[in-house]
Design a binder for this molecule. Structure first.
Ligand code: NDP
Ligand code: 8X3
Length: 261
């Protein structure tokens, strides 16, 4: 808890799933001695998350803001309009992301291609570019990028999503090399199957299709990934948990999944 005390943590995509669980895990691990900047497009969700955290941890400081990572022009104004006590960010959690559809190349909707690249790749890059000067000015800070098993093990029907997540991987690797002479850490966390709104978003609200992904398996919960993220951030300064691949018990690659029924 001491290592996290009073840190300012910016989370993208905090309205659901892994991002929301990460906000909760940081609050718990620091016993509320932390400052969270919660961002996503669905502001009402951030408000309820913030209220529930404040109820549990009266000392916690939370700033919620509507931020669509695909709107590049909004990122710098968002950062420069942060209340003074939240401005000096210590940790950036690049979590906002999605898969859209499972079509094969040739039949992929243009808007799905754009949506995945704009969110998972360009959004992540633009936020990182905008936050990095804050970290460089004090020669410290953590950038946690949420990749995926899909960025290591591509599968049919996932060409675009897998390409976006491998882009996250190589962006993270390059950045870690560029920052070699600084105390800024770059951490990549690559989840396997996690039960969140991910599949509901991928299948555009078709809950039968989403449920079928996990049928006969026991996926991770978002809190399992949140624990890995908070573990990495709370290591000693000289320790970089560079890459973490987290599967549920029944999974060994993107496609090698044991289903009991
Ligand atoms: P969810 O759909 O539950 O959460 C996704 C989050 O991203 C939401 O908070 C959503 O908020 C936010 N988001 C989506 N688009 C934007 C945008 N344009 N601007 C800002 N925020 C946005 O899914 P997960 O929690 O599972 O996904 C989190 C990350 O984990 C993603 O990067 C995903 O690729 C990755 N991942 C997930 C796995 C899984 O099996 N679930 C496995 C491997 C990786 P809002 O809609 O309110 O903007
Ligand atoms: C989400 C996991 O394997 O469905 O990143 O792409 S997978």
């Amino acid at each position: 808890a001491e290592r996290l005390a009073n840190k300012i943590i910016l989370i993208t995509g905090a309205s659901s799933g892994i991002g929301e669980a990460t906000a909760r895990e940081f609050a718990e691990a620091s016993n509320g001695k932390i400052k969270l900047i919660l961002t996503a497009r669905r502001f009402d969700r951030l408000t309820s998350l913030s209220e529930s955290l404040i109820k549990q941890y009266p000392d916690i400081k939370i700033h919620s803001a509507k931020l669509d990572v695909t709107v590049k022009e909004s990122i710098k104004p968002f950062l420069s309009s942060l209340p003074h006590e939240f401005a000096d960010i210590d940790v950036l959690i690049n979590n906002a992301g999605k898969a859209l559809g499972k079509a094969n190349v040739g039949s992929i909707e243009d808007e799905d291609i754009d949506g995945m690249f704009q969110t998972n790749v360009l959004g992540l890059i633009h936020i990182t570019q905008a936050v990095l000067p804050i970290f460089k000015a004090k020669d410290s800070g953590d950038i946690v990028n949420i990749g995926s098993i899909a960025g290591r093990d591509p599968y049919p029907g996932g060409a675009i999503y897998c390409a976006t997540k491998s882009a996250v991987k190589f962006f993270s690797h390059s950045l870690r090399k560029e920052l070699i002479n600084t105390k800024i850490r770059v951490l990549e966390v690559d989840p396997g199957a996690v039960l969140t709104e991910f599949s509901l978003v991928r299948f555009k609200g078709d809950s039968d299709a989403a449920d079928a992904v996990y049928k006969g398996t026991q996926p991770l919960g978002p809190e399992d990934i949140a624990e890995s993220i908070v573990f990495g951030v709370s290591r000693r300064q000289n320790t970089v948990i560079a890459e973490t691949l987290v599967f549920p018990q029944h999974q060994a690659s993107a496609s090698h999944v044991y289903k009991s029924s």
